[in-house]
Design a protein around this ligand. Structure first.
Ligand SMILES: Nc1ncnc2c1ncn2[C@@H]1O[C@H](COP(=O)(O)OP(=O)(O)O)[C@@H](O)[C@H]1O
Ligand SMILES: [Mg+2]
Length: 284
């Protein structure tokens, strides 16, 4: 099966009139009724994250060739694109793990391009990295505590862990287990929960559905929708464009290190964008 194969949805389709009544777009493939948490971010919108002309290189290879985009406060904004397009590079550059060669990244009104990762976490942006990257030989509880490393309010940290255990009962059951012994879906939940321990305004999520079974993917997207409902802005990288477009308010397509398209789900070019997100395009 190719890596971009779509999950098989078994949810019943919703009548588009019902969808319209709730302010969502009807008629799209997929379990839309579970996910979209509202008609979109409240107007007027303002950018929580503003990326401008960012160039990031690995040695001589420029992975980002002048990327500009915005993530509006209160939105779920999705970055689509084929393998190798530069999605992870952009996430890591935003999180401060990679230093851009040039360009500007403004978060909550402050310039953060080249700032240290811990500083960016303190400002309120948390990364849920590609492939989850939980600490395998630390327990679930220790993984969560690690997510609060920049905080020193012991009581608040314990309260947050309790709250996350309520939200993710399976993590509570496995609190004393090593991260490496969890299933892929549980590791993804732990990775999300660990990021939440920093109380972020913005979650940078790099392919949270990668390699997970369809039912687990559905659960991850439900979690994303809930986080958004709770007030967190979400910048989501996905190869699963069909799924991503059920939650996103706005999307960008990145190909070969450049943003080549941006729009709202439902726009005329959506099918073409989805095709290119999976397959890439010859021209960039
Ligand atoms: N550590 C690295 N060293 C050299 N090249 C890299 C490294 N990581 C990624 N690249 C290259 O940068 C480009 C973008 O990669 P990446 O950001 O991981 O893409 P995506 O997440 O969209 O699949 C690719 O051409 C990839 O081969
Ligand atoms: Mg990637």
């Amino acid at each position: 099966m190719p890596p971009y194969a779509l999950p098989i949805w078994e949810e019943p389709r919703e009548k588009s009139s019902d969808a319209r009544a709730r302010g969502v777009r009807g008629g799209r493939e997929g379990p839309e009724r579970f996910y979209r948490t509202g008609p979109g971010p409240p107007a007027p919108m303002s950018a929580l994250l503003e990326v401008k002309d960012v160039v990031t290189a690995y040695g001589k290879i420029e992975a980002l060739k002048g990327v500009s985009l915005q993530v509006e406060q209160g939105s779920i904004t999705c970055l689509l694109g084929p393998n190798g397009a530069g999605k992870t590079t952009l996430m890591m550059t935003t999180a401060g793990i990679l230093r851009p060669r040039s360009g500007s990244i403004r978060f909550a009104g402050k310039e953060i391009a080249g700032a240290a990762p811990h500083r960016i976490v303190e400002l309120g942006a948390a990364l849920v990295p590609e492939n989850r990257l939980v600490f395998p030989s630390m327990t679930v509880l220790e993984n969560l505590q690690a997510g609060a490393y920049q905080r020193n309010d012991r009581g608040g940290i314990d309260e947050d862990i309790e709250r996350l255990f309520e939200r993710f009962p399976r993590l509570k059951e496995r609190a004393a287990q090593h991260g490496g012994t969890l299933s892929g879906g549980e590791q993804q939940m732990l990775s999300v929960a660990r990021a939440l321990m920093s109380r972020p305004k913005l979650m940078l999520m790099d392919e949270p559905s990668l390699g997970l079974a369809p039912l687990v993917v559905e659960e991850i997207f439900r979690i994303i929708a809930q986080l958004h409902k709770d007030g967190t802005t979400i910048f989501l990288v996905e190869q699963n464009a069909h799924m991503a477009l059920t939650v996103a308010h706005h999307f960008y397509l990145i190909e070969q290190g450049k943003v080549t398209f941006s729009g709202d789900p439902g726009s005329l070019a959506e099918d073409e964008v989805i095709r290119r997100a999976y397959l890439g395009s010859a021209k960039a």
